[in-house]
Design a protein around this ligand. Structure first.
Ligand SMILES: [Zn+2]
Length: 42
């Protein structure tokens, strides 16, 4: 966890909840394809 963000913001990417990446179960993270890591809704 890097930072907490409020969920449900209209400008947040719905796939990664505005984080810009997905947390992987095995560790590390993967950049969100939908927002290209920006965390913003397209
Ligand atoms: Zn995203």
């Amino acid at each position: 966890m890097r930072r907490q963000q409020d969920k449900g913001k209209a400008t947040d990417c719905p796939y990664c909840q505005g984080k810009g990446y997905f947390q992987l179960l095995l560790g590390g993270s993967e950049t969100c394809d939908s927002c290209s890591g920006s965390g913003a809704k397209a």
